[in-house]
Write a protein that binds this ligand. Structure first.
Ligand code: GAR
Length: 211
């Protein structure tokens, strides 16, 4: 049976970062780019929330930004169709979801197959969805962490690129655990983007090989 294989490109890439909030993962990636560690440029920072702090930071860094209010569109598909158009206009190679709190439609995911990655604050496939740090504490798991994965229409279930393990401590609160996980997120997200544009990621069905 032939396998579905995708190899990431070795080139200076153009990234779009999608965010809805404070944007610390965006800043971490931006810092690594400026330090010359990631072979890419940020071509767009996009948000569904005009007031997102990450968007303000991007403007202060003189990066191109765009925000679209979902309320101005008649359906989720219409909204995503407009974003597809904006992304295609700018020749974006990779979309990095960095705290983008909106589910992408299949239409969007299919338009950029193998070109969307996401950071999630748990060890997927455990704890998909929201408030996952609290869920990890409530389940009593000893270890949680962070996952960078390719995005497919099934939310939080795409091929896993890399993960980091964070112990869950007995006296952890949602905030303390989130904070320790976030530190690891910043490291592994930048590393995943670096590997992507070094042409070192190969997706074979649902497994990602680092070449
Ligand atoms: C991060 O913890 C990220 O993993 C999470 O939102 C936070 C955004 O922080 N994303 C999700 O939960 C996606 N389902 P940031 O705005 O400081 O990067």
């Amino acid at each position: 049976m032939s396998k579905d294989v995708y190899r990431s490109p070795k080139k200076r890439g153009k990234i779009a970062v999608f965010l809805s909030g404070r944007g610390s993962n965006f800043v971490a990636i931006h810092d690594e780019i400026r330090a010359g560690k990631i072979n890419a440029d940020i071509g767009l920072v996009f948000s569904n929330k005009q007031e997102a702090l990450g968007l303000k930071i991007a403007q202060e860094c003189n990066l191109q930004t765009l925000s679209l209010n979902p309320k101005d569109f008649t359906s989720r598909e219409d909204y995503d169709r407009k974003i597809v158009e904006e992304i295609k206009k700018r020749d974006i190679d990779l979309i990095c979801l960095a705290g983008y709190m909106r589910i992408l439609t299949p239409l969007f995911c299919e338009a950029f197959r193998n070109k969307i990655i996401n950071i999630h604050p748990a060890l997927l496939p455990s704890f998909p969805g929201l408030h996952v740090q609290q869920k990890a504490i409530d389940w009593g798991v000893r270890y949680s962490g962070a996952t960078v994965h390719f995005v497919t229409p099934e939310v939080d279930m795409g091929p896993i690129i890399t993960q980091a393990i964070v112990p869950v401590l007995q006296d952890d609160t949602e905030d303390t655990l989130s904070e320790r996980i976030l530190k690891e997120e910043h490291k592994i997200y930048s590393e995943a983007v670096r590997l992507y544009f070094e042409g070192m990621l190969e997706v074979r069905d649902r497994r990602v090989f680092i070449l």
